[in-house]
Ligand binder design. Structure first.
Ligand code: NAP
Length: 345
């Protein structure tokens, strides 16, 4: 068992669950934050650490600063690299998405090599590094996406977040293949849902459900299909990847693939008419007219809306031993957490 684990992005939506699980298992977690003085971004984790078996160290490092992770990596047995912006609200995709994802991965993994102590790196990639547009499946003549595919349809101007993830994962494999000190295991979650521990996350996972509950899609939900997975299962997958000696390669995580409207109906099934959930699926023709209001480009609508995707996540159950929480329970717990924290009424 690795004892000191360096975690980047531990203050975030997924990262905070990873840190919590590691602390409860007795690890020493060396968590990097951009600004150590901003205690409110990690106070909730210090509180968890105060009653957990493990201990929490706070180190300062920035994805964009070369050499920034070297000190924290030295002496660590393993690294879980989660930090990367997950936002669809940006002005400059290169600066706000691609640079932190790609340069950040390079900085963190070079620090792993230099450390002389790190034996394993678990990288949080995404299914966005497996495929870009939903139509890719049909265009590539596939029945489903597996860990064999890499996203070839995203670019700096079309789905730049997905582009940031595929470029970062490729960079990680390149750096891994050029050394022999540490092993790389990659986790590729689909759209992550479920309760948040973090008060400061800007994750799109949280905005998506908040928007849905606030009535953003009331008149019609885009006919968009995603894979969905529980945040607690994603964190568990990271810990399993860390601890399992046999873990190798990439791992798609998805409990199921389903549409936005269908997901909203699961919430409706639990909470009735309390929220202004979508009344119907929005016709594609209508979306071409109003899509800009939701930040959807014509090309995005054309290549994603109404196109089915299937994700094969069997490797995660067979090789990591992951079991999945049902999406109904995931969404119910997420809404209850948002109510408790007064994110929604
Ligand atoms: P999140 O809550 O926004 O967390 C992102 C984390 O990255 C935060 O801890 C943030 O730290 C850190 N970060 C961002 N820019 C940084 C920088 N320049 N230097 C250092 N740290 C920086 O998002 P999340 O949803 O948990 O996502 C975590 C990871 O999972 C990302 O790699 C994301 O691509 C991946 N992922 C997410 C989903 C999903 O549906 N949520 C699905 C697949 C993959 P600060 O507190 O300093 O901002």
């Amino acid at each position: 068992m690795q004892e000191i684990v360096l975690v980047t992005g531990g203050t975030g939506y997924i990262g905070s669950w990873v840190v919590k699980m590691l602390l409860e298992k007795g690890y020493t977690v060396r968590m990097t934050v951009r600004n150590k003085g901003k205690k409110e971004s990690y106070a909730f984790l210090s509180e968890i650490a105060s009653i957990a078996k493990g201990s929490l160290e706070i180190w300062e490092a920035d994805l964009l600063k070369e050499g920034s992770f070297e000190e924290a990596a030295t002496g660590s047995d393993a690294i879980i690299h989660l930090a990367s912006p997950f936002t669809l609200r940006f002005k400059d995709a290169q600066k706000e998405l691609i640079d932190p994802a790609v340069k950040g991965t390079k900085n963190v993994l070079q620090a792993a090599t230099k450390s002389g102590t790190v034996k394993k790196v678990v990288l949080t990639s995404s299914v966005a590094a497996v495929h870009g547009d939903n139509i890719d499946m049909k265009e590539q003549g596939l029945e489903e996406f597996t860990e064999e595919q890499f996203n070839t349809s995203s670019s700096l101007t079309h789905q730049p977040y997905s582009y940031s993830k595929v470029m970062a994962e490729k960079e990680a494999w390149k750096i891994h293949d050029a050394q022999e000190f540490w092993k790389l295991v990659v986790i590729n979650p689909s759209f992550v849902m479920g309760p948040s521990l973090s008060p400061a996350s800007n994750s799109e996972s949280l905005s998506f459900i908040k928007d849905m509950l606030s009535g953003k899609y009331y008149l019609g939900a885009p006919e968009l299909m995603f894979g969905f997975v529980d945040v607690r299962d994603v964190a568990k997958a990271h810990v399993l990847a860390l601890e399992n000696e046999m873990a190798a390669g990439r791992h798609i995580l998805a409990e199921r693939t389903t549409g936005v409207y269908e997901a909203s109906q699961l919430i409706k099934g639990k909470f009735g008419n309390k929220y202004k959930l979508p009344l119907m699926r929005s016709p594609k023709a209508m979306l071409y007219m109003v899509g800009w209001m939701f930040g959807l480009t014509r090309k995005f609508i054309q290549r994603n809306v109404g196109h089915t995707i299937r994700l094969n996540s069997s490797k995660s159950t067979e090789k990591l031993g992951l079991t999945y929480t049902s999406l109904d329970k995931t969404l119910e717990d997420m809404v209850l957490q948002m109510q408790k924290d007064k994110v929604v009424s």
